[in-house]
Design a protein around this ligand. Sequence first.
Ligand code: SF4
Length: 400
Amino acid sequence: MEASLYLHIPFCAGSCDYCDFYSVPVKTVDSRLDFYIDRLLADVRQALSGAVGAAAVTSVPTVYIGGGTPSMLGYRRLKRLLTELAMLTPNTPLEWTVEANPESADEAFFETCAATGVTRVSLGIQTFHEPSRMAVNRVGDSRLLRERLALARSIFPAAFSIDLIAGLPFQNEAVLQADIGQALAFEPAHVSLYSLTVNEHTPLWKKWKEWKRTRRFDCDVERIDRLWLAGRDELERNGYAQYEVSNFCRRGENGEASVKNMSAHNLRYWRMENWLGIGAAASGTIIDEGTGTGVRRTTAADVDSYLANPAFAVECLDRSAIIKETFLMGFRTMFGPDDALFRKRFHTDIEACIPKTIALWRNKGLFDRESLRLTRMGLLFLDAFLREAFSELDCGNGAS
Ligand code: SF4
């Protein structure tokens, strides 16, 4: 069986006010980091051997080490993790990504990655604008960010990615343009541009309410949308093509989005291809190609429980659930779900499952006439499209 690997490292230098992911400050778990790596490696060994109720994994096309902040492990621990992981995988993965944040991505980090088979690094920059960084309690400063980006470029010239956020406090169009300009000066192969989300129960939520009350800046969600659109246009003007809701890659010589600059690992998620999630709060999905059903394996949601008990929950996903997830993930991309793979798995066509929704959205000019994908404009209304598609599926068109 073929399956990608995702390893979760939920440790961070600090806590960003907008963060809605599970993460813990690294200083509170320092003495257990080696144990966490032991546990990860044991878990990988078990998962690859097929002990999760699926067949043994004979090929690992991609590996992604994300977080949290994997670079917080420090280069010695990272070296051990990467070296032992490489020995466990049955083949050399085509793409091997490690996420990092500038405050912990020093020269030793990049060199360790390069020496242990990592092919791609993804750096969380978010913004170079100090008032915006400080307003959301994000560690680092713009000088350090530039220094670390220069290192990434010198060691991974053809394969590093930068994360940016549109809609941060005190960010206007000029600030965002300057952020993008500074990021692109390092010629990354790939850029993720996210919209700021102000989730309830995050520290940012409280601050946001106060800023709204005192009118410190425009807190409307429309400002966030406007900024993201301006950022998208700026990236496109500068040689990057959008290939997913929040992801852009450098265009190839033919002017099209270049597959070699995309994230191969994330493409597998968007195509709903097998992956195993390892580590606290990680999950993975294995699909049975014959029946179109799936199994989701989810580990304990926090580090303490994960270290105390490596057991995982198993959820069986029926054909209808997998079809919905295939739409949810596939329509996020500029190319839509893979029609051939869909037919092979579910013995029906995408269009046969949601004919009314597709016809309606084509009439509105939001769904491509020739292929099974939303248009660039349609992608902005993805949630509404999925709501209609799911409601049509629930009425029984080929999904049951
Ligand atoms: S670095 Fe990322 S995971 Fe860690 S607190 Fe900030 S946003 Fe959350």
